[in-house]
Design a protein around this ligand. Sequence first.
Ligand code: AMP
Length: 613
Amino acid sequence: MAKIAINIATGSLQQEEMIVGIDLGTTNSLVAIIHPESKMPVALKEHNSSSLVPSVVHFGDQVTVGEEAKKYLVSDPAHTIFSAKRLMGKTYNDVKNNSASLAYKIIDDENRLVKVQVGQQFYSPVDLSSLILKELKKQAEHILKTPVSKAVITVPAYFNDAQRQATRDAGKLAGLDVLRIINEPTAASLAYGFGTHKEEEKTIAVYDLGGGTFDISILHISNGIFEVLSTHGDTYLGGDDFDNAIVDHWITQLGLQGSVSESQHRQLLRLKAEEAKKHLSAHETFESVYESKNIFITKEVFESQVRPILDRTIVSCANALKDAGLEKGSIDEVVMVGGSTRVPLVKKMVSDFFGKPLNDRVNPDEVVALGAAIQADILAGNTKDILLLDVTPLSLGLETMGGLMDVLLPRNSKIPTKASRQYTTYKDGQSGMKIAVFQGERDMVKDNRRLAEFNLTGIPAMPAGLPKVEISFLINADGILVVKAKELRSGIEQSIEVKPQYGLTDEEVERMLLDSMTHAKEDMDNRALTEAKTEAEQLLQTTEKFIQRNFKELSEQELSATSLAMQALQLSLDMNDKNLIQSKTEELNEISRPYAERVMNNAVGKAMAGKKV
Ligand code: AMP
C-alpha cells in the first residue's frame, strides 16, 4: 500500500511508492495525482507552466520530448514525430490512407506493425510512446521529488487488445509498472463523479473527442459503483481531421493541388490550420499570410467541412444508447471531454442530439488524467468507496464444429470477467483439440476476426464424447484476454495470452457490427443447417458403432430398417437440405431408440444380477 508523507521543512509531497495517473494523449499527455492534503485530484505542473506535455518527440543531436520537441515541427518535420498514438497496434495497411498527413516516414511493410523511419533508425509506436512516458516520469519525479515507478494509464475505450498491450509495453520500456489500463471516458466519469454524494444515482454519457480518437460511453453511477453500460467510438477520428479539412481548403485556395510540393505545403500549413481551428472556436473568421499570400477561412466554411465528420460521432452516440438499451431521455448528464469539444459546433450537435445542456465543468484537457489519478488512489487502497466496472467492446468466442462461433463472452460484458464452457471430442481416441479464438458478432467464424489459435495436446485415448475439455476465458481489468483449456479427467492443460499480431481498424469494427445486423437472417439459416448436419453426422457414427457392438441382439428387421434409414440420412446430408436432414435424423432416432433402450436395459439387468440393493 502507498504511504504518503508531507515534508514539513519543504512543504513538498513525499510519497513512498507513488502511483500516478497518466493520460497518454494523441496531442498532449499529462500526469495527475491525488493531493495528499486536499485529497482532490490535481494535474502536476512546474511553476507557471502548463500541465500539458505535447506528445511530440524530436530526434536531433539528442532526443527531446514535449514543448522543446514541438518547436521542431516546422523547422525539422522529418525528424519530429507527433500523433504516434494513432499508429499504436496498427499495420502499414491500416494507416496508409492517412499517412499523407504525416510529415515523417512510415515503413511500407504491408501486414507488419507500423514503424517510423527517422534517418537510419526505425521506431515502433511503442518506442515513441515510451519516450513520452519517460519524459512524463522524469517531470513528475522532479515536481514530487520522489521516484515514480507505478502508474495507471488511460487508453481510448475502443482500443483493442493489441493497442492495450502496446500501451502497457511502452510503460514497461519507460520503467513504469503499469498497474492498470483504464478507458479514457471511464476515467473522465470518475473525475466528474468524484465527490458527488454516494447515494446519488445517475446515468451519464461521456462524449470524448480528442486530437486523434473519439469515444462515447454510457455509464450508470449508483452507490459509488461506476458501471459502464456500453461504449462505441472510432480510433481514427479527432481534431487532427479538423486540421486536415482546413489544410485541404487552403491547398485549394492557394491552387497547390497536385503540385510536386503539395505534401510539403501540407506540413507547413498544418500547424497554422490548428491555430485557425482554435481561433474559430471563439471568432467568426481567421486570416493569415502564407508565403506572402493571404489565406483565410470563415467559421461557416469550417463548420460545413467538419459536419460530416461530426455526423459520424452522432451515429456512434445512437449506437451506444441502443447497446445500453436506453432512450436519449434516460441520460441525466452529458459530459464533454477532450480538447476538440471546445469547437462550438461539436457542443451544439451533441447538445441537440441528447436534447439537454452539456456538462463541461471540469477542464476537458485534464479530466482524463484526474480520473486516472483517482483509479490509482483506489488501487493504492486509499479510496475505498468507489468501484469501477468496465466493459468489453466486441463478443469473444470459440470456433466449434462446422465453423460456428460459440460466444463465451458477449459484447459489453463487464470486466474483469470470466466464462467457461465444457467441450468434448467427436472422434474415438482423439488426442488433440484445436482451440481457435475469435472476436466479432457473426454466427460463422469466417465472418469474424481470428485472435489466436492453439492446440490442446496429449488428451489420453478415450471414446468420443468422454473427454471433458473445459475452456475458460478470462479478461483482466486491462481488457486483455487469457484463454485456458483443461481436460478435466486427465488434468492436462494449456493456456495462452491473446496478443493479436495487428490491430483491427475502426472500419472493420463498424463493418463487423453492421454485418452482424444485415446478415442476421442468413446467419441463422447457416447456423441451423450446420447444427442439423453436425447432429446427423454424430448420430450416424454412434449408430454404426452401436450396431457393430450389439448386432447379435438385434433382429433382421431392425438391422435392415436401420440400414435404410442411415442411407436416407446420408443422402439428405449430401443434399444440404436442413429440413430433410432433420426429418431423416428423427426417423433414424425413431427406429433405433426402442432397441437401444432394450439393449441398455439388458446390460443393466446383467450387471445388477445377484447384487443386493
Ligand atoms: P486532446 O487529445 O484531448 O488533448 O485534444 C487535443 C485536440 O484538441 C487537438 O486536436 C487540439 O487542436 C484540439 N483543441 C485544443 N484546444 C482547442 C480549441 N480551443 N478549439 C478547438 N480545438 C481545440
